[in-house]
Design a protein around this ligand. Structure first.
Ligand code: PLP
Length: 396
């Protein structure tokens, strides 16, 4: 990383831990055998895969044979939803999800709607929190899946998954959670959450990109997603991404060791940043749930300025942040999450997300608090809309 760069976009991706990289390296050049082969070189690769499976299982509190490796969060979400839909369609075609899911979930649901499935999108409140009773009320005789994210990737609100899990279990409906933003950061134990399926992604917790996993509870009916070879107990075809899988395992092991210490430190740093921004900048509001929040997430809206303008000015100061979720950057549409929270489009346009990680320091937060208020003043001085929109949201 460039010297002096302040990286505050860990919800988009995290730097790979050096020890994870070291472990992966052996499986690229030394133990490169195909894990499906029978000779010792292949068996050595397979040992790496199975060790990683056990490490992920420890993080999730599951049995190793309930962990299936995939190409990441997007594939896991697609598999959970399509695999469940196609294996339950004789029972019904109704799916429940929320309005604030990642596009990996929302677009999969949209695809299924086009081919005859029906989807109920439960709403959220102004803090992006889902009411479990809304999920309960949405369940019908023909409901075949509930998919609700563990924590939102834009504002960081952590959803009441354990409560929804109980509702799903009582109704006998399979329950999936997209835990891409929580695994490795806060406890995500599958039995405590009461989920049947859970998606995770290596690059969100100091592991490699393009590799992740899906937890599938024993006995859960789900169709395979990738067709081909017999890998992953005949459920997910394709030669294993051995080095990637080894990396996810190593990152999972690190997460088990560091999670509570990291979370406590990140909560303190995020509070310092959030409070510092609110006290030094007028016409600003902080978003997400104040308590049920991912450690290290700070999301604010500022009146009269575009998120992208703030992002670029901070980039000029070597500070990396996001003006929304990384996946929607580049689109001019306001974030669907902020709109679902009831925010007017003009407010949503002025949003910026700081997501802190393991290596951030107090000095870096001080630097942000030093350079950001003057950037806001400069941009507002040029803004044709600042103080013209009379947005009650900021002036309550
Ligand atoms: N789900 C959530 C909540 C995410 O934040 C992301 C990535 O930002 C994904 C799914 C997609 O994961 P991946 O990048 O591994 O495909």
């Amino acid at each position: 990383m460039k010297k002096g760069l302040i990286y505050l976009d860990h919800a988009a991706t995290t730097p790979m831990d050096v020890s994870v990289h070291r472990e992966m390296g052996q499986y690229c050049c030394l133990f490169f055998g195909n894990p499906a082969t029978l000779y010792s070189l292949g068996r050595r690769s397979n040992e790496g895969v199975e060790k990683a499976r056990a490490e992920v299982a420890t993080l999730l509190g599951s049995s190793p044979d309930e962990v299936y490796f995939t190409s990441g969060g997007t594939e896991s979400d697609n598999w959970a939803i399509q695999g469940t839909a196609f294996s339950h369609m004789e029972k019904g075609k109704h799916i429940i999800t929320s309005t604030i899911e990642h596009h990996a979930v929302l677009d999969t649901c949209k695809f299924l709607e086009k081919i005859g499935f029906e989807v109920t999108y439960v709403p959220v409140d102004a803090r992006a929190l889902i009411d479990p009773d809304d999920v309960r009320r949405a369940i019908r005789k023909d409901t075949i899946l509930i998919s609700i994210m563990h924590a939102n990737n834009e504002v960081g609100t952590v959803e009441p998954i354990a409560e929804i899990g109980k509702i799903a279990r009582k109704a006998g409906v399979p329950f999936h959670t997209d835990a891409v933003q929580t695994v490795g950061k806060i406890p995500a134990k599958v039995d405590e959450l009461g989920v049947d399926m859970l998606s995770l992604s290596g690059h969100k917790f100091y592991g490699p990109k393009g590799v992740g996993a899906m937890y599938i509870r024993k006995g859960t009916r789900i169709q395979r997603f990738m067709h081909g070879g017999g890998q992953e107990h005949n459920k997910r075809a394709g030669t294993h991404n051995v080095q990637g899988i080894v990396g996810v395992g190593a990152a999972a092991k690190l997460a088990v060791e560091h999670m509570s210490e990291d979370a406590e430190r990140l909560r303190k740093l995020a509070t310092k940043l959030n409070d510092g921004l609110l006290s030094s900048i007028p016409d600003i509001r902080s978003n997400g749930h104040p308590e049920n929040k991912l450690p290290g997430m700070v999301h604010v809206c500022l009146e009269g300025i575009e998120g992208e303008a703030m992002l670029l000015c901070l980039d000029a100061e070597d500070i990396c942040v996001s003006s929304g979720s990384a996946c929607t950057t580049g689109s001019l549409d306001p974030s669907h999450v902020l709109l679902a929270m009831g925010m007017p489009a003009e407010v949503a346009h002025g949003s910026i997300r700081f997501s802190l990680g393991r290596h951030n320091t107090e000095e870096e937060i001080d630097r942000v608090l030093e350079v950001f208020p003057p950037i806001v003043r400069k941009l507002r001085a040029m803004s044709p809309t600042y103080h013209k929109t009379n947005l009650q949201t900021f002036r309550k």
